[in-house]
Design a protein around this ligand. Structure first.
Ligand code: UT7
Length: 319
């Protein structure tokens, strides 16, 4: 026994920034961004806090699951960080929802939602009679240098949530990590201890070797999808929807070509939201769920990659 997904939710800040908006203050163009990434616009937290969008997704997911926050046994919040270092974002969500369960953040960057599902799965193996909220949220707009065109055009803010209950939907799951600071990192603010004040202090913004992450991502999607479908005892062709981490349309085109599967098996929504890090997969999951695209028996593969470097993939059969 593992879990089944009984509800999903999404939260997006209301301010939308288009590529044309970015070209007003960055040396870039709509044409470059669309051709290289498929991104047309992204949502940015301007008036909202990170907690606000996390709460919106969580409340939507609880309503969709038809359960009350007080029924939750655990809240897992995959995130690079909330509005405060402590309390954790998960604890603030718990408080605002009126839940009383243990709550913690989990940092696996863009693979966070799949990492969160794997942790939840372990809890269900201990006690199948639980309800777990996995609420993945990132506000990348607060972590990137808005003067760096190579990274600023890629990201957006968002939150996506799933409520899990005991069940048999998870057919296979796999996580990987290959520690690599060069490919992608966000330095921590260093503090101001007098003995350390003369040491070089990197700005706390995202640094990335885009082409290296790109090559890693294409290989990871191929390897992980092959591994989880094999573990689930199915062929890739048997999967109805592949929901990849929404980072770059070209990464998915590259993976589809290498796997020799039609591109339309991959659900791509990078155009409207950009890369929302941990939130990108559950945002798409929620859209498809609310559109009624999942029936009992629908097979969904999730495949994520990101900072760490981390990857995670799984096969879920909708119940
Ligand atoms: O969640 C995981 C997070 N990270 C990723 O998923 C990133 C994976 N990597 C990528 O998606 C791609 O590598 C990028 C989209 C980041 C970059 O695409 P690329 O085709 O690898 O471009 P590049 O970095 O090789 O740069 C090509 C050119 C360079 O100019 P020169 O040296 O050829 O004259 C860049 O300076 O494009 C230039 N460039 C831009 N031009 C206009 C880089 N960013 C921009 C920009 N607008 N925003």
């Amino acid at each position: 026994m593992s879990f089944t997904i009984i509800g999903t939710g999404a939260g997006l800040p209301k301010t939308i920034q288009t590529n044309q908006d970015l070209a007003q203050f960055l040396d870039t163009s709509n044409d470059w961004i669309v051709t290289r990434t498929g991104i047309e616009a992204r949502h940015i937290c301007v008036t909202e806090s990170i907690l606000d969008i996390a709460l919106e997704a969580s409340v939507n997911a609880l309503e969709n699951a038809k359960i009350k926050a007080q029924e939750l046994d655990l809240i897992i919040c995959p995130t690079l960080g909330g509005d405060t270092v402590t309390p954790s974002l998960a604890c603030l969500i718990q408080d605002q929802l009126g839940a009383t369960c243990p709550s913690f953040d989990l940092n696996a960057a863009c693979s966070g939602f799949v990492y969160g599902l794997d942790v939840a799965d372990a809890y269900f193996s201990r006690n199948n009679d639980m309800k777990i909220l996995v609420i993945a949220v990132d506000a990348m707009s607060k972590l990137i240098d808005w003067q760096d065109r190579a990274t600023a055009v890629l990201f957006g803010d968002g939150a996506g949530a799933a409520v899990l209950a005991g069940g048999n939907s998870l057919k296979a799951i796999q996580l990987t990590a290959v520690g690599n600071q060069h490919a992608l990192s966000i330095p921590w603010p260093k503090g101001n201890h007098p003995l350390t004040k003369n040491r070089s202090k990197p700005e706390p913004y995202l640094l990335m070797d885009g082409p290296e992450v790109y090559r890693f991502a294409v290989a990871a999607i191929c390897n992980d999808l092959r591994a989880v479908t094999k573990a689930a005892g199915i062929e890739l062709a048997d999967v109805d929807y592949i929901i990849p981490h929404q980072a770059n349309l070209r990464i998915i085109e590259g993976a589809a070509k290498r796997l020799k599967i039609p591109l339309d098996k991959f659900v791509m929504r990078v155009n409207g939201c950009g890369n929302t890090s941990a939130a990108s997969i559950p945002l798409v999951l929620d859209e498809l769920n609310r559109n009624g695209q999942f029936k009992s028996g629908t097979r969904i593969a999730l495949t994520a990659f990101g900072g760490g470097l981390t990857t995670g993939a799984c096969v879920i059969e909708w119940a």
